[in-house]
Design a protein around this ligand. Sequence first.
Ligand code: EPZ
Length: 419
Amino acid sequence: MDKFRIIGGRPLEGRIQISGAKNSALPCMAAALLTSETVTLHNLPYARDIITMRRLLEDLGCHILMPELRTLKISGAQVEVFEAPYELVKTMRASVLALGPLLARFGEARVSLPGGCAIGQRPIDLHLAGFEKLGAAVEIEGGDVVARSKRLQGREIYFDKVSVTGTENLMMAAALADGVTVLTNAAREPEIVDLAELLNKMGARVEGAGRSTIRIEGVNKLGGAEHTIIPDRIETGTFAVAAAITGGDLELVNCNPQHIAAVLDKLEETGVRIDRPNAFSLRVVAADQTRCSDVTTLPHPGFPTDMQAQYMALMTVGDGVSVITETIFENRFMHASELLRMGARIRLNGRQAVVEGNKELSGARVQASDLRASASLVLAGLAARGETIVDRVYHIDRGYEKIEEKLRAVGANIERFRE
Ligand code: EPZ
């Protein structure tokens, strides 16, 4: 099992290239199931979840070529299996994104119900209720969701809760439905906009992506397209915190500052200086002394839940006290107990964490529980005095492309090893 060894205390300085967004790449790859023609995607991150999604699509019958690193050509011409098996879905919940396209194009889909994960129960009831609204028969059989429909009918669908993959699944299903579908209380994340752009290049008629009401006029057939995935806003935010927590000065290129306005505003509140020289790069200069500032996670354009763990790491070395409120997932403070082992002072109370900043963390053996928690522990290790060993780094490999190489290139003392 791979681990990271980090010797903290070195300010990070230099330039980091941001990779493509994992959470846009996954729905865009699934969208290739909607057509028998070839969908070419560029700027894919070289991360484990992308490899898992590729395996799922190939198991369904897609032919996939990788003419160069970070580009995939996906052809759904020979898709003949409409089933996403448990062993794949349990390793990556985003496999549920195969449901909408398979149902819309073939009239049937069987996907193993994703179990919960470290950050919460994470049901998909809103996805399934949406498919039923479009006229599908949805059953649970032996732990699988089985959805069938002769022809989906466009409908008005209201989401009781804002759901990113729920919005994406229904957008893809509605693209081939008969008539117009209107999604209300839809998610507004940049990844939704990116998927809508790809769908429209394929011949779909999606309007309003990025706002909370999205209108999709169904068409009979979708074609191939070529698309470049947007930069990863969470990777961008993670490295911005890396600059802040190490007292460093980083230039982040190939990013989109507008996608993480809430994170940048919050970091500026803590004293970080953010320069925005142009629309695709950032310069992040650490404060002399980080000030503590409260934060509440919200659906986009609010402060993203996927940045909460990283922000908590920064607050542990801030001056003062901060209250972190997690409103999206019911159990997303797993990183707190590991940060305590490094000397952080954090009190948990349901959805709130009270962090009392102290001057210094000390290195320790810590264990990652999920993707963003592991990023948080790496950030803490970069700031801590002494040696930190982060265990189970396969979590971080799911969503970050070679994070230790990118960090080493800007001065971090971090190495991957196997025990
Ligand atoms: C997406 O997950 C992201 N994953 C997550 O990123 C991200 O944390 C999350 O959105 C919130 O922004 C991908 O895009 C692949 P939700 P998703 O449906 O779609 C509840 C990462 O680190 N809910 O927006 O699964 C749910 O339990 C990952 O990259 C229902 O109750 O999240 C949660 O409390 C982690 N019923 C809330 O809604 C449903 O049918 C938001 O979940 C669906 C969701």
